[in-house]
Design a protein around this ligand. Sequence first.
Ligand code: BTN
Length: 337
Amino acid sequence: MTRKTELLSLLRGSKDYLSRQEICDRFGVSRTAIWKIINQLKKDGYQIEAVQNRGYRLISAPDTLSQAELECRMMTNWAGKNLYFSKETGSTNTDLKVLAEENAPQGTLVVADSQTAGKGRRGRTWASPPGSAVYMSLLLRPQIPAEKASMLTIVMALAVARAIQGILPNQTGEQVTSPFVQIKWPNDIILNKKKVCGILTEMSMEASDISYVVIGVGINVNQTTFPEEIKETASSLFLQTGTHCDRCELVSAIMREFETLYENFLHTGNLADIRDKYEALLVNRNQTVNVLDPKGNFTGIALGINNKGELLVQKENGETEEIYAGEVSVRGIYGYV
Ligand code: BTN
């Protein structure tokens, strides 16, 4: 942790003024050195009050993602603790794969404020403008059979949904009805039938073992406009709730949720323990869906998922198909949801 991160942490954690002497003693540096860090923070957009004989107090923080802000909010044991932030990059998934090849530890998180080559599922691009969204990738090194890797995406989808659900009402500071966050199988996060988050999981193998898994998450947080080609289906948390969301808080909340759910998943070896929670958020549950399968499309009722994360769809003849995410897409009968 850098001194800047540590000082920010101290300021955030203190309701009253932090005395200059207290900070100097803690860091073992001069008052001038502290003053320089305070000035850096001010340049980053933090409003910090300095009062003679009392010290420093944080008045407000900017709505920006930064290494210091992300680090000082990360309340986990390992997920997101080794963190790389950049203002702009090609793709956080690609960056993390390079770090993984260099032996980065499990839990390494790459976050960017914008991407120039954001990747979506099925070779699509992911629109990644600056200043309003979250683009992040988490590294896992699970010792599980490769066929279980797709379950990790389900775990992440649930973590993101729970984090969003938990964070939005808290930020308004008043009693509001929680927005109802849902999941479109396997891993799109939906608010009011619009997609607000996508997840792209990529895996590297060594012989028949998983070497590492990269889970990339793109969340539309505070955007107000979307490119023409996705504006029918995509939206942001802000557009759907009218609430500006603190992106650092969101990243930290997702890491917290994910760490707990993932440890539970490893313990159980399947999705048995989280299946109910996931199904409760499933947007198409008990509804008719179109299954777009390269082997032949069909229509049926989405019943839920099994312990492997496959979607259970009951066909008109009464038989239940277990659908593996891979190449298959599911659509509501009236469109995307
Ligand atoms: C989807 O198509 O729904 C998945 C989109 C995943 C986008 C995220 S943004 C962070 C990470 N880096 C990428 O290049 N893609 C993922």
